[in-house]
Write a protein that binds this ligand. Sequence first.
Ligand SMILES: Nc1ncnc2c1ncn2[C@@H]1O[C@H](COP(=O)(O)OP(=O)(O)OP(=O)(O)O)[C@@H](O)[C@H]1O
Ligand SMILES: [Mg+2]
Length: 329
Amino acid sequence: MFILNENEPTELAAYLRENNWLEENETINSIAKPGEGNMNYVLRIVTTKHSFIIKQSRGYVEKYPQVLAPANRVLTEGAFYTKIAADFDVQDAMPKIIAIDEANNLILLEDLGKSNDFTFLYDLEEKIQEKELHQLVGYLNGLHQNFQKEIIDEELSNSAMRALNYEHIFEFPYRDDTGFDLNTVQKGLQEIAITYKNDVELKLKIESLGSLYLSKGKYLLHGDYYPGSWLKTENGIKIIDPEFCFYGLREFDLAVFIAHLYLTQQEKSKIAYIKNNYLYFSELNSEILNGFIGTEIMRRLIGLAQLPLKMDLETKANLLTFARTLILK
Ligand SMILES: Nc1ncnc2c1ncn2[C@@H]1O[C@H](COP(=O)(O)OP(=O)(O)OP(=O)(O)O)[C@@H](O)[C@H]1O
Ligand SMILES: [Mg+2]
């Protein structure tokens, strides 16, 4: 098995040449990490002719090797990119897939250029612009509309990744035996979280929302539609990292999107903008949508997948109360 390693340029060049991804007279100029990522091993390769991104998944989470994860998850991501290539607008908002190596759990992607994602929003200093929201909602409009299925099957079911996400969204935050002390994130957070961990009514509702997340649906979802998956490039916003994609309920993508607008303290008008510009908003089930919004807010505040969020404890407590209301109303 080929193992991608930034510090082994000779092996990497040989591997690329073997697959004809490096031409005879082409050599590598540089190999570097293109940006922050936790799950996978991602590199930018610049050659004498062009540059591209190479992404490999392993049987664990790159940043936390003790946490197991489906080894071939990048192949599902590759299959998603292959599928969406059929639609001009959706493809235009994402990198093109160049190649897939099934044997080595590896994909090659178009390099969108050096660019930041939108995680700067967690500094709570900047607001997202309406023209950016326009692109972000537009992407979901296209994805949800153009890839819907009449007959639900196993395509892109991504069950193992979904099971992993299920645990982190719907279970872990409400357990008190995880050994994860939230006071190491922020002093006092653990005490606030205990109320929710002991909240029977809330936990029952979360369990039923979890079942809906695990159920199959007609719509192709990105599955992780949050600021870390949005790149601010010279050519507008591009969407990356669909490794949690699946066919499911549209409410889920939209809810994650909206939850992160609350988490980054965007104005009410921005949330209204999404509701007004998402073309199928009136078709959505508002109880499920609000439930998923609340669950995403909660898991980002009291779960393991913490954000670089510069928010004081009182604001977090208020947001948790709000999230609970969204879930239970
Ligand atoms: N096609 C691309 N063009 C330019 N930069 C990219 C591209 N794909 C990824 N990057 C950069 O590499 C970073 C990591 O990529 P990606 O998010 O796909 O990895 P990941 O390991 O799945 O991350 P995470 O742990 O957040 O899920 C991105 O945040 C981005 O900065
Ligand atoms: Mg990822």
